[in-house]
Write a protein that binds this ligand. Structure first.
Ligand SMILES: NC(=O)c1ccc[n+]([C@@H]2O[C@H](COP(=O)([O-])OP(=O)(O)OC[C@H]3O[C@@H](n4cnc5c(N)ncnc54)[C@H](O)[C@@H]3O)[C@@H](O)[C@H]2O)c1
Ligand SMILES: O=C(O)[C@H](O)COP(=O)(O)O
Length: 326
């Protein structure tokens, strides 16, 4: 059978390539996350012949793109998010979709704490000052994490991993989530609350929710207006959780004190009003980019694809009801 790999990184990961090459299937690679309609139009590889597609988060798989995969049995994502796939349409077409949830959860959690520390303790400002010879400008940071209230939005794998770390920081923990875990909350000394209360009471609000219709723009002008002027907003989840122009305005007018952002409404991001602001720390969607996680993600995605082609429902199927044996 035919496997199409569209990825900007998978070919650099020998264990994933070895698994593909020894599978006995025909494998075609496109070494950039190019949209399927563009791949089809260029005619170098025909997605219509693919029985499996292995790809990543920036491959937008809406109804039109899925229409270019008439033979596909499986779409195997090497990312933990899966919001780039129209799942209902994939299911209707009998395509099983898999992701690699949890593969980079610990790394993303630790990165979010890095952003929290960078923003609240103004590590970036200090770095810039010392390089400019401005030792005397060293900043007395206005917020320590110790003793602060941290609001967790979305308590999934990454949210929980962040909470475990934050417990050691001596913070008060609030949480708003669709999936409260009372035993975990009790163990961590964390209080579940509605979103507005969390926004009003938190010194740091950190987002870990998945992107869906209920969470898209869950933080807009109204929500930013509820936050303390001294508070910081951290987002390593998905850019679309925040109404970005509203955040730019809140940061520009110092309605909130700062933000740490790893994800954006448009990615990749080459130009943004955020770049001109000194109270925001920005990173290019790298929270999960640890070497081990990247290899594990690619190998797990390849194994999901091979399982489906082998007639087994893939272990990471998000829509197992769509699985059909060859
Ligand atoms: N920056 C990165 O590199 C990176 C890497 C991996 C994952 N992510 C993103 O991080 C986020 C968390 O990933 P995860 O693996 O922990 O996912 P998960 O599915 O385990 O957890 C998601 C959480 O969001 C909550 N949620 C969903 N809808 C909600 C709503 N309406 N209100 C409140 N909570 C809601 C769910 O209850 C769940 O607890 C996702 O958005 C994922 O795409 C980012
Ligand atoms: O969903 C994920 O795993 C992260 O957002 C990372 O995605 P990426 O590997 O496509 O950057």
């Amino acid at each position: 059978m035919n496997i199409l790999v569209v990825s900007d990184s998978l070919r650099e990961l020998p264990p994933a390539v070895a698994a593909l090459e020894s599978s006995g299937h025909r494998v075609a690679y496109v070494d950039a996350l190019t949209p399927l309609p563009v791949i089809a139009a260029r005619g170098l590889v025909d997605p219509r012949q693919a029985d499996a597609l292995v790809t990543g988060r920036l491959m937008w798989l809406d109804a039109e793109a899925l229409g270019l995969l008439p033979r596909a049995r499986v779409i195997a994502l090497h990312t933990s998010g899966s919001d780039n796939v129209d799942l209902a349409e994939a299911t209707r077409r009998g395509i099983v979709v898999t992701n690699v949830k949890g593969v980079n959860a610990e790394q993303c959690a630790e990165f979010s704490l890095g952003l929290m520390l960078a923003v609240t303790r103004q590590i970036r400002t200090g770095d810039i000052a010392i390089r400019q010879g401005l030792w005397a400008a060293r900043t007395q940071t206005s917020l320590d994490l110790y003793g602060a209230t941290v609001g967790i939005v979305g308590l999934g794998l990454i949210g929980k991993a962040a909470v475990r770390r934050l417990k050691a920081f001596g913070v008060r923990l609030l949480c708003h989530t669709r999936t409260p875990d009372p035993a975990f909350g009790e163990e961590m000394g964390m209080t579940y609350t509605d979103l507005d209360t969390l926004l009003r009471e938190s010194d740091v609000v950190s987002l870990y929710a998945s992107l869906n219709e209920a969470t898209r723009h869950m933080i807009g002008a109204r929500e930013l207006g509820l936050m303390k002027p001294s508070a910081a907003l951290i987002n390593i989840a998905r850019g679309e959780l925040i109404d970005e122009p509203a955040l730019v305005e809140a940061l520009r007018t110092r309605r909130i004190a700062g933000a740490g952002l790893d994800v954006f409404e448009t990615e990749p991001l080459f130009k943004s009003p955020l770049f001109a602001l000194d109270n925001v720390v920005l990173t290019p969607h790298q929270a999960g980019l640890a070497a081990s996680a990247k290899v594990n993600a690619a190998v797990r995605a390849v194994n999901n694809a091979l399982a489906a082609l082998d007639g087994r429902c893939p272990p990471d199927a998000i829509n197992p009801e769509a699985f059909r044996a060859p």
